[in-house]
Design a protein around this ligand. Structure first.
Ligand SMILES: [Fe+2]
Length: 158
């Protein structure tokens, strides 16, 4: 039992999962800030639709950011909260002043791909470790975001 943490998961595996979740947290944090930028800077005929949709999206991302951070704590580790850590770890690239709706959606689709790949990796590791809590979180996110990818792709006719 010495190798198990308080929730009965292998300590070493939980550490690896917490590290991966911290990387995912960095991706989400960059993505969140990018989407705020899209919401603010968007111009053109899609303004009212996209301005609203982007707000919906960042509101959802901020809830997930909190869930991911609290999952890391549940596993017994600390979530990163500093911008410097996020900048170092994020695989999602920082966006700068995008005002075209098409460009914003294209960037957002790229970010979803990065995040989906990472979440599938974490899902696999978590399943192997019997970590149902992390697995369930990842599969919920994957299912929701795959659907969003379909909808945003349809918006830009892809
Ligand atoms: Fe606003």
């Amino acid at each position: 039992m010495e190798n198990l943490n308080r929730i009965g998961l292998d300590i070493k595996v939980s550490k690896k999962l917490a590290n991966d979740l911290n990387e995912l947290l960095a991706d989400y944090s960059t993505f969140y800030q990018n989407v705020r930028g899209y919401h603010w800077n968007i111009k053109g005929e899609d303004f009212f639709v996209l301005h609203t949709k982007f707000e919906e999206l960042y509101d959802d991302l901020v809830v997930k950011i909190d869930d991911i951070a609290e999952r890391i704590l549940t596993l017994g580790y600390s979530p990163n909260h500093r911008y410097t850590d996020y900048a170092k770890q994020s695989k999602v690239k920082e966006s700068s002043e995008v005002s075209s709706g098409k460009k914003a959606v294209e960037e957002l689709l790229e970010a979803f791909q990065v995040i989906l790949l990472k979440q599938r990796e974490i899902l696999e590791e978590a399943s192997e470790a019997g970590d149902e809590g992390t697995s369930a979180l990842m599969s919920d996110y994957i299912r929701e975001q795959e659907k969003l990818v379909w909808m945003y792709s349809a918006h830009v006719n892809k």
